[in-house]
Design a protein around this ligand. Structure first.
Ligand SMILES: [Zn+2]
Length: 411
């Protein structure tokens, strides 16, 4: 039964995660306007209302309209100061709604140019997040152990494809390799990023915890990026892959086998036999059953982003039709994420509210999904520290439940 009695304050008070949030999709609109003025980037409007009307909408007609906003945000995020500010503000906004563990992802190569390399980009973002963490964890309640601290990790996104103009780095790379097939250049850029990610973690002590593959799926298969994911895998970086939007279940299979994915971004079509396009799969129903069971059994977690999926797939109609319900019935491990706070005009609390009201979550279901987010995070510390942190989160969650309802829900 859906629990419609879960108050807004409760959703904000419980400790939460966001394991799938893009830095460049989550820039505060006033900050975008500020930075656009500072760096002389042209925007279609210089007011929040104007940008909400023209760029960052509640509903989009298609994916390309959805992606439009990113061209403006990445255009202003080309300096260390801008990257640090955006990262800091993202953490602050999350903290204000009770998010205690944040895994921020972005494509460093979208911010690279002659004067800014991958390590500088990652350092700037890490600085912003670290400053927000220091502010928050310095509060008495956290310092005295009454409340769990804020922790974060960074995920580096490789892009399935890019064109000249995506960034100065990508433009120069394509020019330098003008005689190579573009897919070889995409593959090379991914591997270069995986190497930079490992150096950032091992030589600079940054909280780089994972590697991701993002960007346009149709026509750009994941296996072009297998060398980068092998490199990440061999160096103990965790892996997540945006999969199952354009290609369906077989692309999720590819992500967990060829790319060693520990989690899947979206995976909306995982259980949809009709979404299979590989002609060699004869019994489609059986294929999705077996794949679903395998993923459930291995606890490979789906990063579910309800608003974003509704916006990029307007044919879905309303949230109650989202595949999340079937995923839960199949006992898959799921975590609720925002994808893009600004582009999707959402927050973690808003996404949880959507799930509770439209997809029949009880208070106990809600708790188990939220706690799963902490358990399946790519936590940057040791496993012992992660376990202690999750334990502290569970205890604190119970305290919040007791203060709102007098009793905690069943574990
Ligand atoms: Zn995403």
């Amino acid at each position: 039964m859906a629990d419609r009695t879960i108050p807004e304050d409760f959703l904000r008070a419980v400790p939460k995660t966001d394991l799938h949030v893009h830095l460049d999709g989550s820039v505060r609109i006033p900050t975008l306007i500020d930075l656009a003025r500072e760096y002389r980037v042209e925007l279609p409007s210089y007011t929040e209302a104007g940008l909400r009307e023209t760029v960052f909408k509640d509903r989009y007609r298609n994916l390309s309209e959805y992606l439009q906003g990113f061209t403006y945000t990445t255009a202003v995020m080309q300096s260390e100061a801008a990257l640090e500010r955006v990262a800091y503000e993202l953490a602050v906004d999350n903290l204000e709604e009770g998010v205690r563990y944040l895994e921020v992802r972005f494509a460093p190569q979208l911010h690279m140019h002659k004067h800014l390399n991958a390590i500088m980009v990652l350092k700037a973002v890490d600085r912003g997040l670290k400053r927000a963490r220091a502010d928050f964890n310095g509060r008495d309640a956290v310092a005295q152990g009454k409340e769990p601290p804020f922790e974060y990790g960074i995920i580096c996104c490789a892009l399935r494809m890019f064109r000249a103009g995506f960034s100065e780095y990508y433009t120069l790379l394509l020019q330098a390799h003008r005689y190579s097939p573009p897919k070889e250049v995409f593959s090379m850029a991914s591997l270069e990023l995986a190497r930079a990610a490992v150096i950032a973690r091992d030589e600079h002590g940054l909280a780089v915890v994972g590697f991701d593959l993002a960007g346009e799926e149709a026509g750009y298969p994941a296996d072009d990026h297998a060398p980068a994911f092998h490199y990440a895998h061999k160096n103990f970086l965790k892996k997540t892959v945006h999969a199952g939007e354009a290609y369906g279940p077989e692309s999720i299979f590819q992500a967990i086998t060829d790319l060693h994915a520990d989690r899947i971004g979206h995976g909306s079509y995982l259980l949809e036999p009709d979404a299979i396009s590989d002609p060699s799969i004869e019994d489609r129903e059986q294929y999705v059953q077996q794949l679903g069971q395998y993923i459930a059994d291995r606890r490979i977690t789906l990063e579910v982003c309800l608003s974003s999926n509704m916006q990029t797939n307007p044919q879905l109609g309303d949230v109650s039709q989202h595949s999340f319900r079937r995923q839960r019935q199949a006992r898959l491990s799921t975590t609720i994420c925002t994808d893009n706070r600004t582009v999707s005009n959402t927050t973690v609390s808003k996404e949880l509210r959507l799930a509770v009201e439209n997809l029949g979550l009880s208070r106990g279901d809600l708790k188990s999904i939220i706690i799963y987010g902490f358990k399946r995070s790519f936590f940057p510390g040791t496993y012992q520290r992660k376990r202690a942190y999750v334990r502290q989160i569970i205890d604190y969650y119970r305290t919040v439940e007791q203060s709102f309802f007098g009793a905690a829900s069943e574990d």
